[in-house]
Design a protein around this ligand. Structure first.
Ligand code: PMP
Length: 418
């Protein structure tokens, strides 16, 4: 079928070859973290087996190899996002990248009474750091409301811009609803009002072609583990202007030029923002993941979109299943609930059928409250997802619905806090 992705892709993922409870693993939780292809696993092993040494210090052969590979990885990953190596600061992931911008930039730039705008769709990672910064600086935090479709209220956004915020922080793709925000337009509008813009790219990087330079984002953050790379590596891409405005938020080894007992001077960006030994193997593994993404079949994004449409159509056809929101632009993620079975029971049932989906509030408590949903089940796709994964999910839901209906509980009575 044309919604079946190339089998060659799936074969490259060892974790997808296993069976769970006697069923093939239908991994539908790639928004939480993606599985890792064999070349990424091999790149990490190769580094540790052959080239392991600390970077930027010693001049001996394997240290030079480690440094070269680490800096080549920076160039590779930055290039994937349309940026240069010096515009990429490594972090542990997207959360740390946003915190870096909050503490290295926003804390220096904000004054009492300033306005900061965040969207109502945000993951806690792109909300709480701004609450903290606003509290510390006595600045105000305003929220762009979410419409019932799962899209942002663009009129409200434009009204907020007239109040001249210092920063707009918003996600490229919602991790709960899959909404693709019109970030190019929103950035251009924000810039008309001299606001800087941070885009949280955690859910976009593995599904969309992202050119940060073309988008014009001042900051663009991402997590390696959601784009087929290892955990513990991610980063922020910054414009040259922002690179110059940021102050080191952590200090110590690797980030200095000259040090005396009394004082120290900083290395050039981006190195002055990377105190301590970095995640060398992680960066190398992520560069390998980017190489993997770059060699996917040309139409892989369309294939993923077709599979999402297939999943939506199959879910919508089940009596008692309700899809949450319906943004016009959506990728890889679909939230849903059953009106017949308690979501926790349903998730457990699905696991018995080898189906891995996420249950809960998806680190977006305010969004779930705004949607009026206590919790949702969420399926999310990767380049390896195929029609069989979806068919297995549908069969499991059907079985659950036909089974023990006495465990059905009204979703409204549910106070799970996941
Ligand atoms: N933002 C979004 C939209 C996310 O989906 C996530 C991960 N669930 C994050 C930020 C945080 O990423 P990490 O946990 O890798 O730091």
């Amino acid at each position: 079928s044309d919604v079946n992705l190339n089998k060659n892709i799936r074969h490259q993922f060892p974790a997808l070859q296993q069976r769970i409870n006697g069923q093939p693993l239908a991994y539908l939780d790639s928004a939480a973290t993606s599985q890792k292809p064999a070349p990424v696993l091999a790149a990490i092993q190769h580094f540790y087996r052959r080239d392991n040494a600390n970077v930027h210090r010693a001049g001996y052969t394997i240290a030079a190899r480690a440094t070269e590979q680490f800096e080549q990885a920076r160039a590779k990953v930055a290039g994937y996002f349309g940026m240069s190596a010096r515009n990429l600061v490594w972090t542990r992931g997207c959360t740390e990248a946003i915190n870096f911008v909050a503490y290295s930039w926003a804390l220096q730039q904000l004054n009492a009474g300033d306005l900061l705008v965040v969207s109502g769709l945000e993951h806690h990672a792109n909300l709480i750091p701004w609450q903290q910064v606003c509290r510390a600086r006595n600045a105000e935090l305003a929220i762009i409301p979410v419409l019932a479709t799962g899209e942002l209220d663009q009129q409200a956004f434009q009204q907020l811009l007239q109040r001249r915020p210092k920063l707009v922080a918003l996600t490229h793709v919602s991790n709960v609803l899959g909404t693709v925000n019109p970030v190019a337009n929103m950035i251009a509008l924000a810039h008309q009002y001299d606001a800087k813009v941070l885009i949280d790219g955690a859910q976009a990087a593995a599904h969309l072609t992202v050119d940060v330079a073309e988008l014009g984002a001042d900051f663009y953050t991402f997590s390696g583990h959601k784009m087929y790379g290892p955990t513990g590596i991610g980063g922020v891409l910054l414009s040259n202007d922002m690179l110059n405005q940021c102050q080191p938020w952590q200090t110590g080894g690797e980030m200095v030029e000259a040090v005396s007992y009394d004082t120290a001077s900083w290395a050039q960006p981006p190195h002055c923002f990377e105190a301590g030994t970095p995640n060398i193997a992680g960066a190398i593994g992520l560069a390998s993941a980017v190489a993997f993404l770059e060699q996917l079949p040309e139409d892989w994004q369309q294939q993923e979109a077709a599979l999402l449409a297939y999943a939506q159509q199959r879910l919508a056809a089940i009596d008692g299943i309700r899809l949450i929101a319906a943004p016009a632009e959506q990728v890889a993620v679909q939230s849903f609930v059953s009106d017949r079975i308690h979501p926790q029971d349903l998730a457990q049932y699905l696991d018995q059928f080898g189906v891995a989906v996420r249950l809960g509030k998806h680190c977006a408590h305010p969004l779930l409250a705004a949607l009026g949903e206590p919790v949702t089940l969420r399926l999310s796709l990767g380049c390896y997802s195929n029609q069989q994964d979806i068919d297995q999910l549908i069969a499991a839901i059907d079985a659950a619905h036909q089974g023990d209906t006495e465990t059905a509980v009204s979703a409204e009575n549910n106070h799970l806090d996941l």
